[in-house]
Design a protein around this ligand. Structure first.
Ligand code: SF4
Ligand code: SF4
Length: 386
């Protein structure tokens, strides 16, 4: 047996630290992250080893494994040293996306090009951004309007996800909420792109939105995507964008509590709820979605394995939604199995990425007859439309 000698590269390790990977220094290679990482159940990906290579400056920037981590944070709360693993991974990806080493996966390169060109990952025309709202009679936001409703790119352009923004608008109108929308000058929130490592483009998107919001006099933003929630609320402040950002999980649960909308129509379904990473581990919102579901007459809420802070990612965060994941390696397939295993007929979500991933996996599993994927916004709309 021959043993290959590798020489650590202090220079590369330094670059990774400069790109935001400072927490690399804290890792003492215990392997807890590898044990809990969901990739460990379906591939040979080992996050501990990748971190070790990064510590030594020995990352192979051409290895496609550096794009695996979905930034789900499942490992972060369990790391004895509190290492923010997604931030370390982001630093590695920045070396590829921003510094120019290595190879960007083809599908990610296309989404990135679309974001740079037309401000959305799907490559759809800017001027069609608000087509989803046609015939809904939604007013344009002005400085006297209370809330800006911001629809995620998928809720603007994806035919399945458009139903979510339309449902949100119908609920807000029923509750007589003072809200409006802005037009084609808005761009993608950029949350996933940042996790995928293209920091300079992310900052340019963030600055565009901040300018649009500030010029329009926006103070409060309602969102139906937890990805928009995370970056608008927790990251835009770095660039001077300080807004009150509220996810509809919080807002709709308050509307129900205050009696401004009343779910009266019986749904008579056994429903399970999938906690998205961004609404759950990132924003700590586990109760509100469940409270909303429990307020719907006839709805039986049942819990899957791996729920709340232990929830399994749908597999679509951090740019993975734009990349192909092999059948047998998709977390969404596991989640669908878990939902069916407890006899649920509806898998409820509160995130457009989860919606897209689950719909895809359900279709390829051939089990569309047994399970419906529904956003909670859609279920509420149905329950109040007596
Ligand atoms: S759990 Fe934390 S300390 Fe342990 S190997 Fe993973 S990152 Fe390093
Ligand atoms: S954040 Fe999630 S996907 Fe990434 S290494 Fe940790 S557990 Fe694995």
């Amino acid at each position: 047996m021959t043993t290959e000698t590798v020489t650590p590269s202090q220079e590369v390790a330094e670059i990774l630290l400069q790109q935001g990977g400072e927490m690399l220094r804290e890792c003492y290679q215990c392997g807890t992250c590898t044990a809990i990482c969901p990739w460990n159940q379906v591939t040979t990906f080992t996050i501990r080893k990748l971190i070790h290579k990064a510590q030594m400056g020995l990352v192979d920037f051409e290895d496609q494994e550096i794009w695996r981590c979905v930034g789900c944070r499942l490992c972060v709360d369990r790391c004895p040293r509190g290492v923010d693993v997604p931030k370390v991974i982001r630093a590695i990806r920045r070396v590829v996306m921003d510094v120019g080493a290595g190879v960007v996966p083809h599908a990610l390169r296309i989404a990135d090009k679309n974001l740079a060109g037309v401000g959305n990952p799907l490559g759809e025309p800017r001027e069609k951004r608000n087509d989803w709202a046609k015939s809904l009679d939604v007013k344009t936001f002005t400085k006297d309007t209370e809330f800006l409703y911001f629809a995620c790119c998928y809720q603007c352009y994806d035919s399945r996800c458009r139903a979510i923004s339309r449902a949100a608008v119908n609920i807000l109108k029923k509750a007589k909420v003072d809200f409006g929308i802005l037009g084609a000058e808005q761009v993608c929130c950029g949350e996933s792109l940042r996790k995928a490592g293209h920091e300079s483009l992310y900052q340019s998107l963030a600055r565009t939105n901040i300018e649009v919001f500030q010029q329009a006099g926006v103070k409060k933003i309602l969102v139906t995507s937890p990805h928009c929630l995370h970056t608008f609320r927790d990251e835009y402040g770095e660039f001077g964008g300080n807004f009150e950002v509220i996810h509809t999980a919080q807002y709709i649960s308050t509307l129900i509590e205050e009696g401004r909308i009343k779910p009266t129509k019986r749904l008579g379904k056994r429903v399970t709820y999938h906690d998205s990473c961004c609404l759950g581990r990132y924003a700590g919102m586990y109760d509100e979605p469940r409270q909303i579901l429990q307020s719907i007459p006839g709805l039986e809420l049942v819990e899957m394995r791996n729920t709340c802070q232990y929830a399994l990612c749908c597999g679509g965060c951090a740019g993975r939604l734009w990349q192909e994941t092999l059948k047998g390696e998709r977390f969404a397939e596991t989640r669908i199995e878990q939902a069916l295993e407890i006899g649920a007929s509806v898998l409820a979500v509160y995130c457009p990425y989860c919606m897209v991933n689950f719909e895809d996996s359900l279709l390829s599993s051939g089990k569309s007859e047994s399970l419906r994927i529904a956003d909670i916004t859609e279920l509420v709309e149905e329950a109040i439309s007596a």
